[in-house]
Design a protein around this ligand. Sequence first.
Ligand SMILES: Cc1cc2nc3c(=O)[nH]c(=O)nc-3n(C[C@H](O)[C@H](O)[C@H](O)COP(=O)(O)OP(=O)(O)OC[C@H]3O[C@@H](n4cnc5c(N)ncnc54)[C@H](O)[C@@H]3O)c2cc1C
Length: 424
Amino acid sequence: MTEFSRRQFSAGLLGLGAVTAGLNLPAYAQGKKPKVVVIGGGAGGATAARYLAKDSKGAIDVTLIEPTKKYYTCFFSNLYLGGLRDYDSIGHTYDGLASNHGVNVVHDWAVGVDKAAKTVELGSGTKISYDRLIISPGIDMKYESVNGYSIEGQDTMPHAWKSGTQVALLKSQVENMKEGGTFVMVPPPNPYRCPPGPYERISMIAHILSKKNPTAKIIVLDPKEKFSKQALFQEGWDKNYPNMVEWIPASISGGVKNINMDTMEIETDIDTFKADAASVVPAQKAGAICDRAGITDGDWCPIVPASMQTKADPNIYVLGDASVASAMPKSGFSANSQAKVAAMAIRGELTGSKVFAPRFANTCWSLIDTNNGVKVGANYKAGEEKIEVVDKFISKTGESDDVRKTTYEESEAWYSAISADMFS
Ligand SMILES: Cc1cc2nc3c(=O)[nH]c(=O)nc-3n(C[C@H](O)[C@H](O)[C@H](O)COP(=O)(O)OP(=O)(O)OC[C@H]3O[C@@H](n4cnc5c(N)ncnc54)[C@H](O)[C@@H]3O)c2cc1C
Protein backbone atom coordinates (compact mmCIF):
# COMPACT_ATOMS: atom_id res chain seq x y z
CA MET A 1 0.00 0.00 0.00
CA THR A 2 1.41 3.43 -0.99
CA GLU A 3 1.66 6.26 1.52
CA PHE A 4 -1.19 7.95 -0.31
CA SER A 5 -3.53 4.98 -0.26
CA ARG A 6 -2.61 4.28 3.39
CA ARG A 7 -3.59 7.87 4.24
CA GLN A 8 -6.78 7.51 2.22
CA PHE A 9 -7.56 4.21 4.06
CA SER A 10 -6.94 5.80 7.48
CA ALA A 11 -9.03 8.79 6.58
CA GLY A 12 -11.73 6.41 5.43
CA LEU A 13 -11.65 4.61 8.79
CA LEU A 14 -11.83 7.89 10.65
CA GLY A 15 -14.72 8.86 8.45
CA LEU A 16 -16.39 5.52 9.18
CA GLY A 17 -15.81 6.12 12.92
CA ALA A 18 -17.63 9.42 12.69
CA VAL A 19 -20.48 7.78 10.78
CA THR A 20 -20.74 4.85 13.25
CA ALA A 21 -20.84 7.22 16.23
CA GLY A 22 -23.69 8.98 14.50
CA LEU A 23 -25.51 5.66 14.06
CA ASN A 24 -25.23 4.99 17.80
CA LEU A 25 -23.22 1.77 17.38
CA PRO A 26 -22.11 -0.05 20.55
CA ALA A 27 -19.25 1.58 22.44
CA TYR A 28 -16.82 -1.22 21.49
CA ALA A 29 -17.50 -0.67 17.77
CA GLN A 30 -16.60 2.99 18.29
CA GLY A 31 -13.34 2.04 19.99
CA LYS A 32 -14.54 3.18 23.47
CA LYS A 33 -14.43 1.14 26.66
CA PRO A 34 -18.05 0.40 27.55
CA LYS A 35 -19.35 1.25 31.01
CA VAL A 36 -21.69 -0.84 33.13
CA VAL A 37 -23.05 0.51 36.41
CA VAL A 38 -24.56 -1.91 38.94
CA ILE A 39 -26.86 -0.62 41.70
CA GLY A 40 -26.91 -2.91 44.76
CA GLY A 41 -24.12 -5.23 45.92
CA GLY A 42 -26.24 -8.19 47.05
CA ALA A 43 -26.85 -11.64 45.58
CA GLY A 44 -27.79 -10.25 42.15
CA GLY A 45 -25.61 -7.13 41.92
CA ALA A 46 -22.35 -8.45 43.38
CA THR A 47 -22.53 -11.55 41.16
CA ALA A 48 -23.25 -9.50 38.04
CA ALA A 49 -20.41 -7.04 38.75
CA ARG A 50 -17.98 -9.90 39.39
CA TYR A 51 -18.90 -11.85 36.24
CA LEU A 52 -18.85 -8.77 33.99
CA ALA A 53 -15.43 -7.69 35.22
CA LYS A 54 -13.93 -11.20 35.40
CA ASP A 55 -15.19 -12.49 32.03
CA SER A 56 -14.56 -9.31 30.06
CA LYS A 57 -10.97 -9.24 31.38
CA GLY A 58 -10.92 -5.47 31.68
CA ALA A 59 -12.77 -4.76 28.39
CA ILE A 60 -15.73 -3.36 30.35
CA ASP A 61 -15.52 -0.65 33.00
CA VAL A 62 -17.66 -1.94 35.92
CA THR A 63 -18.85 0.31 38.78
CA LEU A 64 -20.79 -1.15 41.72
CA ILE A 65 -22.83 1.24 43.89
CA GLU A 66 -23.62 -0.13 47.35
CA PRO A 67 -24.05 1.91 50.56
CA THR A 68 -22.84 -0.68 53.07
CA LYS A 69 -19.22 -1.74 53.46
CA LYS A 70 -20.16 -5.20 54.68
CA TYR A 71 -23.05 -7.23 53.26
CA TYR A 72 -24.74 -9.54 55.75
CA THR A 73 -26.55 -12.30 53.89
CA CYS A 74 -30.20 -12.95 54.66
CA PHE A 75 -29.44 -16.50 53.62
CA PHE A 76 -28.25 -18.37 56.71
CA SER A 77 -29.33 -15.47 58.98
CA ASN A 78 -31.86 -17.96 60.40
CA LEU A 79 -28.96 -20.25 61.35
CA TYR A 80 -27.38 -17.36 63.23
CA LEU A 81 -30.77 -16.83 64.93
CA GLY A 82 -30.85 -20.50 65.90
CA GLY A 83 -27.32 -20.33 67.38
CA LEU A 84 -25.84 -22.55 64.66
CA ARG A 85 -23.59 -19.86 63.10
CA ASP A 86 -21.95 -16.71 64.40
CA TYR A 87 -22.78 -13.25 63.09
CA ASP A 88 -19.38 -12.66 61.47
CA SER A 89 -19.73 -15.77 59.34
CA ILE A 90 -22.59 -14.19 57.35
CA GLY A 91 -20.80 -10.87 56.68
CA HIS A 92 -18.82 -10.23 53.46
CA THR A 93 -16.80 -7.23 52.21
CA TYR A 94 -16.30 -5.97 48.66
CA ASP A 95 -12.48 -6.04 48.82
CA GLY A 96 -12.20 -9.10 46.53
CA LEU A 97 -14.33 -7.52 43.78
CA ALA A 98 -12.08 -4.47 43.73
CA SER A 99 -8.68 -6.13 44.13
CA ASN A 100 -9.22 -9.34 42.12
CA HIS A 101 -11.38 -8.03 39.28
CA GLY A 102 -10.93 -4.25 39.16
CA VAL A 103 -14.55 -3.44 40.01
CA ASN A 104 -14.87 0.21 41.00
CA VAL A 105 -16.84 -0.08 44.28
CA VAL A 106 -18.57 3.15 45.33
CA HIS A 107 -20.12 3.15 48.81
CA ASP A 108 -23.13 5.41 48.36
CA TRP A 109 -26.85 5.28 47.62
CA ALA A 110 -28.15 5.59 44.08
CA VAL A 111 -30.92 8.19 44.38
CA GLY A 112 -31.97 8.69 40.77
CA VAL A 113 -31.63 7.41 37.21
CA ASP A 114 -31.84 9.62 34.12
CA LYS A 115 -32.73 7.20 31.34
CA ALA A 116 -32.33 9.73 28.54
CA ALA A 117 -28.89 10.94 29.66
CA LYS A 118 -27.93 7.40 30.83
CA THR A 119 -26.69 8.57 34.22
CA VAL A 120 -27.12 7.45 37.82
CA GLU A 121 -27.23 10.11 40.52
CA LEU A 122 -25.65 9.28 43.88
CA GLY A 123 -26.52 10.57 47.34
CA SER A 124 -23.32 12.66 47.19
CA GLY A 125 -24.71 14.46 44.11
CA THR A 126 -22.18 12.84 41.74
CA LYS A 127 -23.53 11.54 38.43
CA ILE A 128 -22.10 8.40 36.84
CA SER A 129 -22.76 7.62 33.19
CA TYR A 130 -23.43 4.15 31.83
CA ASP A 131 -23.90 2.24 28.59
CA ARG A 132 -25.85 -0.45 30.46
CA LEU A 133 -27.31 -0.28 33.97
CA ILE A 134 -28.08 -3.23 36.25
CA ILE A 135 -30.42 -2.66 39.20
CA SER A 136 -30.60 -5.25 42.00
CA PRO A 137 -31.73 -3.38 45.14
CA GLY A 138 -33.71 -6.20 46.75
CA ILE A 139 -36.94 -5.33 48.56
CA ASP A 140 -38.55 -2.53 50.48
CA MET A 141 -41.29 -3.06 53.07
CA LYS A 142 -44.92 -2.01 52.68
CA TYR A 143 -45.25 -1.19 56.39
CA GLU A 144 -48.82 0.02 55.93
CA SER A 145 -49.89 -3.51 54.85
CA VAL A 146 -50.19 -4.50 58.54
CA ASN A 147 -52.48 -2.19 60.49
CA GLY A 148 -50.61 -0.70 63.47
CA TYR A 149 -47.14 -1.71 62.22
CA SER A 150 -44.71 0.99 61.12
CA ILE A 151 -41.06 1.66 60.37
CA GLU A 152 -40.62 2.68 64.05
CA GLY A 153 -42.23 -0.61 65.07
CA GLN A 154 -39.46 -2.62 63.47
CA ASP A 155 -37.38 -2.33 66.63
CA THR A 156 -40.21 -3.62 68.83
CA MET A 157 -41.32 -6.43 66.51
CA PRO A 158 -38.37 -6.76 64.09
CA HIS A 159 -39.12 -7.95 60.57
CA ALA A 160 -35.40 -8.79 60.25
CA TRP A 161 -36.04 -9.40 56.54
CA LYS A 162 -33.02 -7.44 55.34
CA SER A 163 -30.51 -9.18 57.63
CA GLY A 164 -27.96 -7.14 59.61
CA THR A 165 -28.58 -5.81 63.12
CA GLN A 166 -32.36 -6.48 63.06
CA VAL A 167 -31.60 -10.21 63.19
CA ALA A 168 -29.30 -9.68 66.18
CA LEU A 169 -32.09 -7.72 67.89
CA LEU A 170 -34.65 -10.45 67.20
CA LYS A 171 -32.26 -13.10 68.52
CA SER A 172 -31.79 -11.25 71.82
CA GLN A 173 -35.56 -10.69 72.16
CA VAL A 174 -36.22 -14.43 71.69
CA GLU A 175 -33.44 -15.44 74.07
CA ASN A 176 -34.68 -13.04 76.76
CA MET A 177 -38.34 -14.02 76.56
CA LYS A 178 -39.91 -14.82 79.94
CA GLU A 179 -40.21 -18.49 80.88
CA GLY A 180 -43.23 -20.07 79.23
CA GLY A 181 -43.79 -16.88 77.16
CA THR A 182 -45.36 -16.53 73.71
CA PHE A 183 -43.55 -15.66 70.49
CA VAL A 184 -45.82 -14.47 67.65
CA MET A 185 -44.73 -14.57 64.02
CA VAL A 186 -46.68 -12.76 61.30
CA PRO A 187 -45.37 -13.97 57.90
CA PRO A 188 -45.84 -11.83 54.74
CA PRO A 189 -48.41 -12.37 51.96
CA ASN A 190 -47.21 -13.56 48.51
CA PRO A 191 -45.08 -12.62 46.65
CA TYR A 192 -42.16 -12.04 49.02
CA ARG A 193 -38.43 -12.64 49.48
CA CYS A 194 -37.61 -16.28 50.32
CA PRO A 195 -40.86 -18.29 50.40
CA PRO A 196 -39.64 -20.87 53.00
CA GLY A 197 -37.81 -18.18 55.07
CA PRO A 198 -40.54 -17.48 57.68
CA TYR A 199 -40.95 -21.19 58.37
CA GLU A 200 -37.22 -21.82 58.69
CA ARG A 201 -37.20 -18.84 61.11
CA ILE A 202 -39.96 -20.50 63.16
CA SER A 203 -37.94 -23.74 63.19
CA MET A 204 -34.78 -21.98 64.38
CA ILE A 205 -36.65 -20.04 67.09
CA ALA A 206 -38.22 -23.34 68.22
CA HIS A 207 -34.71 -24.80 68.23
CA ILE A 208 -33.50 -22.14 70.72
CA LEU A 209 -36.66 -22.21 72.84
CA SER A 210 -36.69 -26.01 73.09
CA LYS A 211 -33.31 -25.74 74.83
CA LYS A 212 -33.61 -22.50 76.83
CA ASN A 213 -37.34 -22.08 77.39
CA PRO A 214 -39.09 -25.39 76.67
CA THR A 215 -42.56 -24.35 77.91
CA ALA A 216 -42.65 -21.32 75.56
CA LYS A 217 -45.11 -21.26 72.64
CA ILE A 218 -44.86 -20.00 69.06
CA ILE A 219 -48.03 -18.72 67.37
CA VAL A 220 -47.90 -18.17 63.60
CA LEU A 221 -50.63 -15.83 62.28
CA ASP A 222 -50.30 -16.45 58.56
CA PRO A 223 -52.13 -14.34 55.96
CA LYS A 224 -51.80 -17.35 53.61
CA GLU A 225 -53.61 -20.68 53.43
CA LYS A 226 -50.52 -22.69 52.51
CA PHE A 227 -46.77 -22.21 52.36
CA SER A 228 -43.55 -23.52 50.85
CA LYS A 229 -42.44 -27.02 52.00
CA GLN A 230 -45.47 -27.03 54.34
CA ALA A 231 -45.71 -30.79 54.89
CA LEU A 232 -41.96 -30.97 55.62
CA PHE A 233 -42.00 -28.10 58.12
CA GLN A 234 -45.16 -29.28 59.89
CA GLU A 235 -43.81 -32.82 60.16
CA GLY A 236 -40.55 -31.38 61.58
CA TRP A 237 -42.31 -29.14 64.13
CA ASP A 238 -44.48 -32.05 65.38
CA LYS A 239 -41.48 -34.37 65.65
CA ASN A 240 -38.78 -32.04 67.00
CA TYR A 241 -40.76 -29.41 68.89
CA PRO A 242 -44.00 -31.16 69.99
CA ASN A 243 -46.80 -28.80 71.16
CA MET A 244 -44.63 -25.72 70.69
CA VAL A 245 -45.69 -24.35 67.26
CA GLU A 246 -49.27 -23.45 66.34
CA TRP A 247 -49.77 -22.35 62.72
CA ILE A 248 -53.06 -20.51 62.11
CA PRO A 249 -54.02 -19.59 58.51
CA ALA A 250 -56.14 -16.51 57.70
CA SER A 251 -59.22 -18.69 57.00
CA ILE A 252 -59.26 -19.55 60.73
CA SER A 253 -57.95 -16.34 62.35
CA GLY A 254 -59.56 -13.92 59.89
CA GLY A 255 -56.09 -12.41 59.46
CA VAL A 256 -54.30 -9.80 61.57
CA LYS A 257 -56.64 -6.81 62.05
CA ASN A 258 -54.43 -4.61 64.20
CA ILE A 259 -51.17 -4.55 66.12
CA ASN A 260 -50.69 -2.53 69.27
CA MET A 261 -46.96 -1.95 69.66
CA ASP A 262 -47.26 -0.53 73.18
CA THR A 263 -49.14 -3.49 74.65
CA MET A 264 -47.61 -6.11 72.27
CA GLU A 265 -51.14 -7.25 71.34
CA ILE A 266 -51.99 -8.71 67.96
CA GLU A 267 -55.68 -8.71 67.18
CA THR A 268 -57.49 -11.18 64.89
CA ASP A 269 -61.14 -12.24 64.48
CA ILE A 270 -60.73 -15.21 66.80
CA ASP A 271 -58.57 -13.75 69.55
CA THR A 272 -56.15 -11.08 70.67
CA PHE A 273 -52.70 -12.60 71.11
CA LYS A 274 -50.40 -11.08 73.72
CA ALA A 275 -46.79 -11.52 72.59
CA ASP A 276 -43.70 -11.55 74.77
CA ALA A 277 -41.65 -11.25 71.59
CA ALA A 278 -42.73 -11.04 67.96
CA SER A 279 -41.57 -10.77 64.37
CA VAL A 280 -43.84 -9.05 61.85
CA VAL A 281 -42.87 -9.30 58.19
CA PRO A 282 -45.05 -6.97 56.08
CA ALA A 283 -45.88 -7.18 52.37
CA GLN A 284 -43.00 -6.23 50.08
CA LYS A 285 -42.15 -4.39 46.87
CA ALA A 286 -39.09 -3.74 44.70
CA GLY A 287 -36.41 -1.49 46.26
CA ALA A 288 -37.36 2.21 45.96
CA ILE A 289 -34.75 3.03 43.30
CA CYS A 290 -36.79 0.93 40.83
CA ASP A 291 -39.72 3.33 41.09
CA ARG A 292 -37.38 6.28 40.74
CA ALA A 293 -35.86 4.72 37.62
CA GLY A 294 -39.37 4.25 36.19
CA ILE A 295 -38.99 0.49 35.65
CA THR A 296 -41.80 -0.80 37.89
CA ASP A 297 -45.29 -1.93 36.95
CA GLY A 298 -47.12 -1.98 40.29
CA ASP A 299 -44.78 -3.24 43.00
CA TRP A 300 -42.25 -5.13 40.85
CA CYS A 301 -40.22 -4.83 37.63
CA PRO A 302 -41.26 -6.78 34.52
CA ILE A 303 -38.34 -8.31 32.57
CA VAL A 304 -37.49 -9.95 29.24
CA PRO A 305 -36.82 -13.58 30.32
CA ALA A 306 -33.89 -14.26 27.96
CA SER A 307 -31.72 -11.42 29.34
CA MET A 308 -33.32 -9.89 32.49
CA GLN A 309 -33.58 -6.63 30.53
CA THR A 310 -36.41 -4.46 31.88
CA LYS A 311 -39.48 -4.06 29.71
CA ALA A 312 -39.29 -0.31 30.38
CA ASP A 313 -35.81 0.36 28.94
CA PRO A 314 -33.48 -1.91 26.89
CA ASN A 315 -30.39 -0.33 28.53
CA ILE A 316 -31.52 -1.28 32.05
CA TYR A 317 -31.50 -4.80 33.52
CA VAL A 318 -33.11 -5.79 36.82
CA LEU A 319 -32.17 -8.81 38.92
CA GLY A 320 -33.27 -10.74 41.95
CA ASP A 321 -36.14 -9.93 44.29
CA ALA A 322 -37.10 -6.71 42.48
CA SER A 323 -37.83 -8.53 39.20
CA VAL A 324 -40.94 -10.38 38.06
CA ALA A 325 -39.20 -13.69 37.42
CA SER A 326 -42.47 -15.69 37.07
CA ALA A 327 -41.82 -19.26 38.21
CA MET A 328 -38.52 -18.43 39.94
CA PRO A 329 -38.87 -17.63 43.66
CA LYS A 330 -37.28 -14.53 45.14
CA SER A 331 -34.10 -16.09 46.51
CA GLY A 332 -30.35 -15.48 46.65
CA PHE A 333 -29.77 -18.56 44.46
CA SER A 334 -32.23 -17.18 41.85
CA ALA A 335 -30.64 -13.70 41.92
CA ASN A 336 -27.16 -15.21 41.47
CA SER A 337 -28.38 -17.33 38.54
CA GLN A 338 -30.16 -14.40 36.87
CA ALA A 339 -27.04 -12.24 37.31
CA LYS A 340 -24.97 -14.64 35.20
CA VAL A 341 -27.58 -14.61 32.43
CA ALA A 342 -27.68 -10.79 32.42
CA ALA A 343 -23.86 -10.48 32.54
CA MET A 344 -23.54 -12.79 29.54
CA ALA A 345 -26.19 -10.86 27.56
CA ILE A 346 -24.59 -7.48 28.37
CA ARG A 347 -21.10 -8.71 27.50
CA GLY A 348 -22.46 -9.96 24.20
CA GLU A 349 -23.99 -6.57 23.43
CA LEU A 350 -21.03 -4.49 24.54
CA THR A 351 -18.07 -6.59 23.42
CA GLY A 352 -19.52 -8.93 20.80
CA SER A 353 -18.77 -12.04 22.91
CA LYS A 354 -20.83 -15.22 22.31
CA VAL A 355 -24.21 -15.44 24.04
CA PHE A 356 -25.49 -18.94 24.89
CA ALA A 357 -29.10 -19.99 25.54
CA PRO A 358 -29.98 -18.80 29.06
CA ARG A 359 -30.47 -21.39 31.77
CA PHE A 360 -31.58 -20.59 35.30
CA ALA A 361 -31.59 -22.68 38.50
CA ASN A 362 -32.69 -22.40 42.11
CA THR A 363 -32.58 -24.50 45.27
CA CYS A 364 -33.95 -23.29 48.61
CA TRP A 365 -32.58 -25.27 51.55
CA SER A 366 -34.11 -24.87 55.02
CA LEU A 367 -32.94 -26.14 58.37
CA ILE A 368 -35.59 -27.61 60.68
CA ASP A 369 -33.25 -28.75 63.47
CA THR A 370 -29.55 -29.58 63.84
CA ASN A 371 -28.45 -31.66 60.80
CA ASN A 372 -32.08 -31.79 59.61
CA GLY A 373 -32.12 -30.04 56.23
CA VAL A 374 -34.84 -30.05 53.55
CA LYS A 375 -34.83 -28.55 50.06
CA VAL A 376 -36.99 -27.55 47.12
CA GLY A 377 -35.66 -26.50 43.72
CA ALA A 378 -35.98 -26.37 39.95
CA ASN A 379 -34.22 -25.68 36.66
CA TYR A 380 -35.72 -23.06 34.37
CA LYS A 381 -35.59 -21.77 30.80
CA ALA A 382 -36.52 -18.47 29.22
CA GLY A 383 -39.93 -18.66 27.56
CA GLU A 384 -41.22 -15.84 25.33
CA GLU A 385 -43.04 -14.04 28.13
CA LYS A 386 -42.03 -15.89 31.29
CA ILE A 387 -39.24 -17.84 32.94
CA GLU A 388 -40.55 -21.42 32.83
CA VAL A 389 -39.86 -24.55 34.91
CA VAL A 390 -37.96 -27.34 33.12
CA ASP A 391 -37.84 -29.82 36.01
CA LYS A 392 -38.24 -29.63 39.78
CA PHE A 393 -37.60 -31.57 42.99
CA ILE A 394 -38.48 -31.47 46.70
CA SER A 395 -37.43 -33.41 49.83
CA LYS A 396 -39.88 -36.04 51.05
CA THR A 397 -41.58 -36.40 54.41
CA GLY A 398 -40.31 -39.38 56.42
CA GLU A 399 -36.75 -39.18 55.07
CA SER A 400 -33.97 -40.84 57.09
CA ASP A 401 -31.65 -38.87 59.38
CA ASP A 402 -28.79 -39.61 56.95
CA VAL A 403 -30.61 -38.03 54.00
CA ARG A 404 -31.49 -34.96 56.08
CA LYS A 405 -27.88 -34.61 57.25
CA THR A 406 -26.61 -34.85 53.66
CA THR A 407 -29.13 -32.18 52.62
CA TYR A 408 -27.90 -29.90 55.40
CA GLU A 409 -24.26 -30.49 54.36
CA GLU A 410 -25.20 -29.61 50.76
CA SER A 411 -26.62 -26.32 52.01
CA GLU A 412 -23.39 -25.48 53.86
CA ALA A 413 -21.38 -26.23 50.69
CA TRP A 414 -23.78 -24.02 48.70
CA TYR A 415 -23.32 -21.15 51.15
CA SER A 416 -19.53 -21.27 50.72
CA ALA A 417 -19.87 -21.55 46.93
CA ILE A 418 -22.33 -18.66 46.47
CA SER A 419 -20.34 -16.41 48.84
CA ALA A 420 -17.22 -17.02 46.71
CA ASP A 421 -19.24 -16.56 43.50
CA MET A 422 -20.37 -13.13 44.73
CA PHE A 423 -17.33 -11.74 46.51
CA SER A 424 -14.03 -13.53 45.77
C1 LIG B 1 -34.61 -14.91 56.63
C2 LIG B 1 -34.20 -15.10 55.20
C3 LIG B 1 -33.60 -16.28 54.81
C4 LIG B 1 -33.21 -16.45 53.47
N1 LIG B 1 -32.63 -17.63 53.12
C5 LIG B 1 -32.29 -17.84 51.84
C6 LIG B 1 -31.67 -19.06 51.46
O1 LIG B 1 -31.44 -19.95 52.28
N2 LIG B 1 -31.34 -19.23 50.15
C7 LIG B 1 -31.56 -18.25 49.22
O2 LIG B 1 -31.22 -18.45 48.05
N3 LIG B 1 -32.15 -17.07 49.55
C8 LIG B 1 -32.52 -16.85 50.83
N4 LIG B 1 -33.09 -15.65 51.18
C9 LIG B 1 -33.44 -14.66 50.14
C10 LIG B 1 -32.26 -13.80 49.68
O3 LIG B 1 -31.64 -13.17 50.76
C11 LIG B 1 -32.72 -12.74 48.68
O4 LIG B 1 -33.63 -13.31 47.77
C12 LIG B 1 -31.53 -12.18 47.91
O5 LIG B 1 -30.66 -11.53 48.82
C13 LIG B 1 -31.99 -11.24 46.81
O6 LIG B 1 -30.87 -10.68 46.16
P1 LIG B 1 -30.99 -9.19 45.57
O7 LIG B 1 -29.74 -8.92 44.85
O8 LIG B 1 -32.29 -9.05 44.88
O9 LIG B 1 -31.10 -8.27 46.89
P2 LIG B 1 -30.11 -8.14 48.12
O10 LIG B 1 -29.27 -9.35 48.27
O11 LIG B 1 -30.93 -7.70 49.28
O12 LIG B 1 -29.14 -6.96 47.72
C14 LIG B 1 -29.63 -5.66 47.53
C15 LIG B 1 -28.49 -4.68 47.82
O13 LIG B 1 -28.83 -3.44 47.21
C16 LIG B 1 -28.47 -2.40 48.07
N5 LIG B 1 -29.32 -1.24 47.71
C17 LIG B 1 -30.64 -1.10 47.88
N6 LIG B 1 -31.06 0.09 47.40
C18 LIG B 1 -29.96 0.70 46.91
C19 LIG B 1 -29.73 1.97 46.30
N7 LIG B 1 -30.70 2.84 46.10
N8 LIG B 1 -28.46 2.28 45.94
C20 LIG B 1 -27.43 1.42 46.13
N9 LIG B 1 -27.60 0.20 46.72
C21 LIG B 1 -28.85 -0.14 47.09
C22 LIG B 1 -28.69 -2.95 49.47
O14 LIG B 1 -27.88 -2.27 50.42
C23 LIG B 1 -28.30 -4.42 49.30
O15 LIG B 1 -26.95 -4.66 49.65
C24 LIG B 1 -33.45 -15.43 52.52
C25 LIG B 1 -34.05 -14.22 52.93
C26 LIG B 1 -34.41 -14.06 54.25
C27 LIG B 1 -35.03 -12.76 54.67
